[in-house]
Design a protein around this ligand. Structure first.
Ligand SMILES: Cc1cc2nc3c(=O)[nH]c(=O)nc-3n(C[C@H](O)[C@H](O)[C@H](O)COP(=O)(O)OP(=O)(O)OC[C@H]3O[C@@H](n4cnc5c(N)ncnc54)[C@H](O)[C@@H]3O)c2cc1C
Ligand SMILES: Cc1cc2nc3c(=O)[nH]c(=O)nc-3n(C[C@H](O)[C@H](O)[C@H](O)COP(=O)(O)O)c2cc1C
Length: 603
């Protein structure tokens, strides 16, 4: 019986007791409610029989392994889910939870903890873990002598601060007196088998302790009342993508624009895949055949040479087209290629990490090979390359509007360097190599950290460039729901005439009142550059008033510069309009972030 109907019972309790009971029950999760119900039943029996109330042992909670994931694009969440499955197969009780919803005051009672985290920015935690990270390094974090833990980090060796957040968590937990049961794993992009091996090793350490452990000791179950978002079931996933059809590929920037942005529509018909505004679509792609040919000719490898890829024989040509990353570049490729080719320049480079990073910043893998051609074997080439990773695109549509289609806003990566033109792997595939009607492998990556609030709450959306994508989804969703909350969009791009993405739609939303306000910054239409952050500052009083009225704030798009500049502008607004000190302004946005009123989808 739901506890809300307590009043409806012919109750022997006083009104105050009902109120107290309701308060207690509302703080419990279903597992705890079931336990309490068993406890009370046994206690009642014992009382009737005249015995003492000593029933807790018989209905005790098992010791729990808490697994927290700190993930932005789903990888850490996926690994954490696999650890959960493996732990459960060993008979352990597991609580899997998004670190964003973890109540940090429970940490002092936690006994068994695995954290799986990625890293972003310049070695910063993913958005969902910013508060936890801050807590751990702050004054409120108490000693954790009761805690046994292990940390698995996902990262990318192309970045200077490789797996920094995992390193931070691991170090700080140890510093707070917790016991490291397993050395941290710091894993590169191609992490699957290493993650599996680490999971086996880590669980071998946790399992005996958890099984001996005193029952009823879990802070995790108390913490899990809300917020466990892991594991939305679907037939198709990153591991098993849906083979979808590309229905529309339309250029939505003008002919003389410096940018090539495509509106892409993909059919999810018969897939059963669903998504919400704020989610992203994962897209697998094939490499450019011209790039494959150039690599084979620079290395003198016959296209038909057979290589072993994960135990399967494949022609090197097929492997390069479909299995290996050729457009992004990364240090491990240069390390392998230098070893196999004995190229002196590359060999010198790999011992200087900073120089290597600088070298790779402007080069795709193809550039490295073409500038340092060498006769290596097909298998050596295959062993040097890492697996192709699907790219994510913020979904630009709402299913309330488009049914089983999914729309994307894709900026094509295209530039000239080292004497030739270059295309991005996935954006080049979608824009140039895939014809309408052809197939593309996709999956939905859910993102509960970028969600619309209740329908009556105002939202401020800041999305220059392709950052507009999720806000088109938000507007479609709110339009179809007849939501009453006000919507304010800040959009920017170089030129009004060339780069006003979805101009007609946005102006229609404005006319119909779906969009309450639209502020646009066309940076190059005047002598001095104007960006979205300038537009925010120009409307500072109103922005502040909206925030005071409870508006939710969203930023999407470039994470390197734009999101930082916008954050600075917001701090300035809080100081100027709210009269806050710079420290209080920072705390104000931190509290907005914690209450999910300030969300970012940046890349
Ligand atoms: C959560 C999320 C949401 C995203 N949403 C969107 C979205 O809505 N729309 C969108 O367009 N993108 C979005 N992205 C980015 C997208 O996933 C890809 O990263 C992007 O499309 C580039 O991928 P690519 O395969 O085309 O290029 P890649 O093959 O990955 O890149 C090619 C390489 O070229 C290099 N390079 C690029 N430009 C230059 C240059 N001028 N000079 C020298 N080197 C250069 C890069 O360093 C890179 O290593 C999102 C990313 C994330 C994580
Ligand atoms: C914009 C961006 C910045 C990143 N910065 C770092 C970094 O500083 N250090 C690192 O090791 N990995 C970095 N990565 C790589 C991610 O941590 C890696 O892709 C990870 O698998 C993502 O896991 P998630 O999907 O759980 O967030 C970055 C990735 C992106 C897209």
């Amino acid at each position: 019986m739901p506890f809300t109907s307590l009043h409806a019972l012919a109750s022997p309790l006083s009104a105050q007791q009902i109120q107290d009971l309701q308060k207690l029950v509302s703080q419990l999760n279903p597992i705890q409610q079931a336990w309490v119900s068993g406890y009370l039943a046994a206690a009642a029996q014992s009382a009737v029989g005249g015995g003492a109330v000593a029933v807790a042992q018989s209905t005790a909670l098992p010791a729990v392994l808490t697994i927290l994931f700190a993930s932005q694009t789903g990888n850490a969440k996926g690994v954490a889910s696999k650890i959960k499955v493996a732990a459960e197969q060993q008979g352990l009780t597991v609580q899997l939870q998004d670190i964003a919803s973890y109540k940090t005051n429970a940490l002092a009672k936690e006994q068994y903890l695995i954290i799986v985290t990625s890293t972003y920015g310049e070695g910063e935690p993913p958005e969902s873990a910013v508060s936890f990270h801050k807590f751990l390094y702050g004054k409120k974090a108490s000693a954790l002598p009761q805690l046994n833990y292990a940390v698995l980090g996902l990262g990318d060796t192309s970045y200077e601060f490789f797996c920094q957040t995992a390193v931070d968590f691991d170090k700080q937990l140890a510093k707070l007196g917790a016991t490291r049961l397993q050395e941290p794993a710091l894993l590169d992009v191609d992490y699957d088998s290493a993650a599996q091996a680490w999971t086996e090793a880590a669980l071998a350490k946790f399992q005996p302790l958890l099984q001996q452990s005193a029952p009823g000791s879990s802070a995790a179950l108390a913490n899990s009342a809300q917020g466990s978002t892991a594991g939305a079931a679907s037939l198709y996933s990153k591991q098993q993508p849906f083979v979808a059809e590309l229905s529309v590929n339309q250029k939505i920037t003008g002919r003389s624009s410096t940018k090539d942005v495509r509106h892409i529509e993909i059919s999810l018909a018969d897939s059963g895949l669903t998504y919400q505004p704020g989610d992203a679509l994962g897209v697998y792609f094939n490499n450019d055949p011209a790039v494959v040919t150039a690599i084979l000719s620079a290395t003198g490898i016959a296209p038909t040479s057979i290589v072993d890829v994960d135990g399967n024989p494949l022609s090197i040509e097929e492997a390069l087209l479909t299995r290996f990353e050729l457009t992004q570049s990364y240090p491990s490729f240069v390390e392998h290629y230098a070893k196999f080719s004995q190229d002196p320049t590359l060999t010198a480079l790999i011992s200087d990490k900073a120089a290597l990073r600088e070298f790779l910043a402007t080069r795709q893998t193809i550039d490295v090979i073409l500038q340092h051609p060498a006769r290596i074997s097909a298998q050596q080439l295959a062993d040097s390359l890492r697996k192709i990773q699907p790219r994510l695109y913020s979904i630009a549509s709402s299913q309330a509007e488009v049914g089983d289609e999914v729309h994307l806003t894709v900026g094509v990566v295209r530039y000239d360097a080292h004497g030739s033109s270059h295309l991005g792997g996935a954006s080049g595939f979608l824009a140039e190599r895939l014809a309408e009607g052809e197939k593309v492998r996709v999956f939905v990556e859910h993102n509960d950290n970028f969600r619309l609030p209740a329908q009556d709450i105002p939202v401020i959306m800041i999305g220059p460039g392709t950052g507009i994508a999720p806000f088109r989804a938000f507007l479609q969703e709110r339009d179809n729901a007849g939501a009453t909350g006000q919507n304010w969009l800040f959009f920017g791009n170089p030129h009004f005439t060339q780069d006003f993405l979805y101009q007609v739609e946005l102006q229609d939303y404005l006319k119909r009142g779906v969009l309450t306000k639209l502020d646009v910054a066309f940076s190059r239409d005047q002598a001095s550059k104007i960006y979205v952050q300038d537009k925010l500052l120009a409307k500072a009083a109103e922005v502040w008033a909206w925030l005071q009225q409870g508006a939710h704030l969203y930023i999407c798009g470039d994470g390197n510069k734009m999101a930082r500049d916008v954050h600075q502008a917001l701090l300035q607004i809080a100081v100027d309009q709210g009269g806050l000190s710079p420290e209080d302004a920072a705390d104000y946005f931190e509290s907005l972030r914690e209450s999910k009123r300030y969300q970012k989808d940046v890349y």
